[in-house]
Design a protein around this ligand. Sequence first.
Ligand SMILES: N[C@@H](CCC(=O)N[C@@H](CS)C(=O)NCC(=O)O)C(=O)O
Length: 229
Amino acid sequence: MKLFELVGRDPSQGFSPYVWRTRMALAHKGFEPELVPLRFTEIADRLAFAESRTVPVLVDDDKVVTDSWHIACYLEEAYPERPSLFGGDVGRVQARHFNNSSFNHLVMPLFKAIVGEIFEMLEEEDQAYFRESREKRLGKALEEMEEHREENLDLFRANLWPYEMTLREYDYFGGETPAYCDYILYGIFQWAKGTSRAQFLEEDSRLHDWRSRMDSMFDGLGGQLQQRS
Ligand SMILES: N[C@@H](CCC(=O)N[C@@H](CS)C(=O)NCC(=O)O)C(=O)O
């Protein structure tokens, strides 16, 4: 299996939240894919075979699967005898909802807060591409986004409340053991850890404890990502 991922200047530090969900989902199913690191400006050419402009892209023998959600569904369908990511059809719909709602409440404010820090991690050529595409998307210059950084960080932290509440009752979003919803949220924290110097969690929070447990899963797969310094 081959998994195409996104990197900045350091090819060993993949930071895409979507790739991290897929890496955890693959580990959950017992797979260790070969990682293919790509920079932003390499994606279009290198992934033309998959007709994708984004990572992750998974190649499994003759199957090419794009988009982290489609990859999770593919893994569940192609490998039903391995540990389940969704725990059934109801769980799959709920995970889809978790994917959408966390995009809205967590990915968006975090993206607005850390966009400048992501920019700093990129090679020059990628920086030009990133600036142009993200400024268009945000309707603001990256420098202007910096002025709203604290406000966006506060929004992100406030929106973590329902996740914290759930973890007061359950060890994982999958219940007693992690499931795909855990990987969705963990991917967001991996993105934050790899790109931003900001602190997001109180040390005595359930989320903090959950994150350390997630870091040590699969022989410390996620824990290997370095905290941005
Ligand atoms: N919905 C997609 C989103 C993937 C995505 O946005 N990936 C970003 C990296 S975090 C990307 O490849 N961006 C390429 C670009 O902006 O040119 C998924 O879940 O896989």
